[in-house]
Structures are given as C-alpha cells and as structure tokens.
Design a protein around this ligand. Structure first.
Ligand SMILES: Cc1cc2nc3c(=O)[nH]c(=O)nc-3n(C[C@H](O)[C@H](O)[C@H](O)COP(=O)(O)OP(=O)(O)OC[C@H]3O[C@@H](n4cnc5c(N)ncnc54)[C@H](O)[C@@H]3O)c2cc1C
Length: 457
C-alpha cells in the first residue's frame, strides 16, 4: 500500500463513471520512468482494481524538452522501451505519443475515470501537472515516488544546509524505506485499442525527433534493466569500496546511478532498501547520506527557492555580497564559454575534466567541484560564471537538468555552505584547488587518461 503522505489530490471529485465514457485509469508517467518500486503505478492499479477498470500508462514525448539533447533522449528512450515491455507483461497498456506532456495526458484523460501522475519538482514539471489538474474531466492524483521521504513531509520551508534537513529526514526513514511490489491489475488492458508510437527501436525514434544532435548518444544503455544491473554490480563489488573510492575517479568506487535516478529509471527507495540490508559501515552511511540527505536537500532547494535556476535566486545574499566586493579583482585568466567547452584553458586538470564530461556524460563528484569552482575564477563576472557552469553542466552530463544540477551549481556559489577565509576573486566563497584533488587520488594518472587523445569532439 502506498503511504498517504506520498499522495496529493490535485483535483478532487468522484471517479468518472463508465456510463460517461471512462474506460480505464490513466497513469500519466513523466518523471518516474520505471515499473519497479513505482508508487504512482501501484496507486493507479489499486484504484483501477476498485473500479473494475484496466490501467493505461501514457507518456508525452516532446522534441524541445528544456535543455535536452540527443544524449539525454537516447538514454530516456532506452528506458521507455523497457517500460513498454514490462507493462505489457503486466497487462497494462503503454501509450507513447508525440506532443507536450500535458497535451498528451489531457487527450488520454478524455476516457479516464481518474488520472494518477508522478511528481516532478522543477518549474515546468509543476506547471504541467497544474495544467492537467485544471483541465482534466476527472480527478487528478499526484503520487510522489522519486523521493525517499516526501518533500513536503520533511519541511515546509527552504532548508539552510544538509545539517538542518538531515535530522528531519532521518527521523522518517523507517516509515518510507519499505519494499513495494507493484501488483498485476485485476483487469487486463489487452482489449483496449489506443494509438501509440513504437518504442521497441529507440534509436529509430530518436532520429525522427527534432533536437540538438550535436551532443551525440553515449555508448551506454539506459533503462530499468541497465539500472538494476548497475545496482547489483555496485552491491556485488562491495559497498565498503565507496569510501574513499567515491572521491577517486580511477577506482570507480561510486555507484554511477545518478543518470538512472534522474530519469526515474530506478527508485531511491529500492536502492536504500537494498543498501540498508548491507552490514553497517562508514561506506554504507556515507552512501545513504548522498543518496537521501544530499539528493533530497536538492529537492527541497528547487521546491522552495523560486529562482533556483538564476544567479539572483540561487546564490545566497552573503555570497553575492562577497563576490560583488571582489568583482574588480584581477582574475588569473579569463576564458569564454566556448573556449572552456572546447577544453582549451591550458589547465591540465580542468581540460581533462571537460573532456571526460563530454566523452562519458559523467564526472566524479570531487572533480566536478574543481571544475565548477575554476569557472568562477576564470570569468569576468560571477553571473556569467553561474550561467556558464549551469549551461555546460546541463548540456553534457547525462544526469544534468536535475534538481541536483541546480543545487550543486548553486553550491559552487555558497548555497548550503558557509563563508571561508577571504581571498581574491572568490571572496569568502569556498575555494577548491588541485591540491585537494591530489590528496584524494593520483591526479597525474587521471589527467593522462583524459588527455587530448581522449577528446572526441
Ligand atoms: C559542480 C557540481 C555539479 C553537479 N551536477 C550534478 C548533476 O547535474 N546531476 C546530479 O545528479 N548530480 C550532480 N552533482 C552531484 C554529484 O556529483 C553526482 O550526483 C554524483 O557524482 C553522481 O555519481 P554517482 O551516481 O556515482 O554518485 P554516488 O556517489 O554513488 O551517490 C549516489 C547518489 O547520491 C546522489 N548524490 C551524490 N552526490 C550528491 C551531491 N553532491 N548532491 C546531491 N546528490 C548527490 C546522486 O543521486 C547519486 O547518484 C554535481 C556536483 C557538483 C559539485
């Protein structure tokens, strides 16, 4: 059973009866592109069983999703192929249509008794759900399934830092880290005839989409099956490798689950459930801190900070003041965004980071910190630095465009952090140098692995 605190009624009312054309319960899937541990799907099935109706899952595929490119879409379409196959086995219909997600949802809602949707935290995701709630001819129920502890259960305000949100999250973990089995619906949807794109060949579908193909797909599969394999592999390797391995890009000690989490192809509840069954250790605690506290601090940030994606809104006042006080300091160098994107700064570690990010769509967390902090030092204004860091982050990372993207780019500029000793350019904002990287791993060997020969662009 889905916990009550995961459920919000966006539009109240009685389910539309069959006599008025209701033929199914619609789960409008958007953020949580999976079947396993999907509370929204479980809720849709439970409601359909009560009404004696089948379940249809609808997905709206748009060409111009904010900031998305062929790299992101390829990974997502792999996932939708998996969803379609897994739902078919369950007797649930999967309908993929080209168009803006709310338009597709509203078209399918015409025959729905109830619409169930998952929850997204970014501005456009919130607006889409509001549009569907305003216009749907039946009740609309939102189920939060991509956070371990529902975001509004944790707190009703913008949290200052990990230390302020941690106790509020931790006291509710036992209530929400629970196994969930998504059942087979009592009534199969096999008899329904609904038009849908064919997603069994994701690369063919990708070619038909009008989007930025300059960032090509990676040689890496997305989707629920790949996500489950990755989780198994991470746990088989031994979670005790996580600390200090997660700070060493050469040892691959971290889980590499962020892209799957971003597309909702794996549930954080499932990951936490499995990790909690491992013996207690520093690594286990540290991994759960990142997966739950840090990730859900990012959800809190985009939920309660209206300007989460702008310099004015995302950067705290104390940091803006200190960066402004140092705006005329001489910079060690000044680079344009294009020069940085071409990995031509001449700083070996930074250029290696930019190359790895472009080639693999990922980067170790410690290296991301160095990469981002240097952008502040090498640009004429902190505002340009913020916009450059966010744009490069969201363009090249497979896990970009996520609440984590906005929170971590803001972190570079002091969000969720404290003032440090004042210095040139950064003022009191925390610095990050190659010395910190050298303490964590063999920087020379990593730079050699990501030298100009590794530049595919
Ligand atoms: C400048 C900068 C930019 C970043 N941009 C992104 C981004 O666009 N998308 C993104 O998902 N993460 C981002 N991060 C956070 C972090 O670097 C990545 O989540 C992590 O490297 C992903 O690798 P992993 O899955 O192996 O993580 P693991 O270490 O295995 O952690 C498990 C999960 O915990 C979460 N997590 C880990 N570190 C953080 C963190 N610092 N903050 C919040 N959640 C975290 C992620 O969901 C991750 O998959 C950024 C960090 C920095 C410093």
């Amino acid at each position: 059973m889905v916990e009550d605190e995961r459920i919000r009624v966006l539009k109240d009312g009685d389910p539309r009866p069959e006599s008025e054309g209701a033929a199914y319960v619609l789960y409008w899937m958007q953020a949580s592109q999976r079947v396993l541990y999907n509370h929204a799907l479980a809720e849709a099935i439970a409601r359909a069983d009560t009404l004696g109706l089948p379940v249809v899952v609808g997905f709206g595929l748009m060409d111009d999703y904010p900031e998305a490119n062929a790299r992101h879409y390829a990974f997502m379409l792999d996932g939708l192929r998996d969803v379609a196959a897994a739902l078919k086995d369950k007797g649930v219909a999967f309908v993929l249509r080209r168009g803006a997600p709310p338009d597709v949802a509203l078209a399918l809602a015409k025959q729905a008794a109830v619409v169930v949707c998952d929850r997204g935290y970014l501005r456009h995701q919130v607006q889409w759900r509001q549009t569907v709630a305003d216009r749907a001819p039946c009740p609309v129920i939102e189920v939060e399934t991509d956070a371990v502890v529902p975001v509004d259960t944790v707190t009703d305000k913008l949290e200052h830092a990990a230390r302020t949100i941690r106790p509020k999250i931790e006291k509710r973990l036992d209530d929400f880290i629970r196994e969930i089995h998504v059942p087979f619906p009592k009534k199969t949807a096999r008899g329904l005839s609904l038009e849908s794109e064919d997603v069994s060949k994701p690369r063919a579908l990708l070619k038909a989409l009008k989007l930025d193909h300059d960032v090509p797909p990676l040689d890496r599969s997305g989707g629920e099956r790949a996500a489950q394999n990755r989780l198994d592999g991470f746990l088989d390797d031994g979670i005790e490798r996580y600390e200090p391995g997660r700070s060493d890009p050469l040892s691959n000690g971290s889980s590499d689950l962020s892209a799957f989490l971003h597309f909702g192809q794996i549930s954080p509840v499932q990951i936490a459930w499995r990790v909690r069954r491992q013996p207690r250790s520093d690594s286990r605690a540290s991994f759960l801190e990142e997966l739950i506290v840090r990730r859900e601090l990012a959800f809190n940030f985009v939920r309660f900070c209206a300007g989460y994606d702008s310099y004015d809104g995302a950067v705290p006042d104390w940091a803006k003041a200190t960066l402004n006080a140092h705006k005329d300091d001489a910079r060690p160098a000044i680079f344009t965004r294009a020069r940085m994107e071409a990995a031509e700064t001449g700083d070996e570690a930074w250029d290696a980071a930019m190359r790895e990010m472009k080639r693999t769509g990922a980067l170790n967390n410690a290296v991301r910190m160095y990469w981002g902090k240097k952008i502040i030092e090498w640009t004429g204004t902190p505002r340009y630095a913020y916009e450059t860091a966010l744009a490069l982050n969201n363009r090249w990372f497979l896990d970009g465009r996520d609440p984590n993207s906005f929170a971590n780019i803001a972190w570079l500029f002091g969000r969720h952090d404290r003032p440090f000793q004042e210095r040139k350019v950064l003022g009191k904002v925390r610095p990050y140098t190659t010395a910190a990287l050298k303490r964590k791993f063999d920087l020379k060997a990593w730079i050699a692995a990501n030298g100009p020969q590794a530049d595919l662009f």
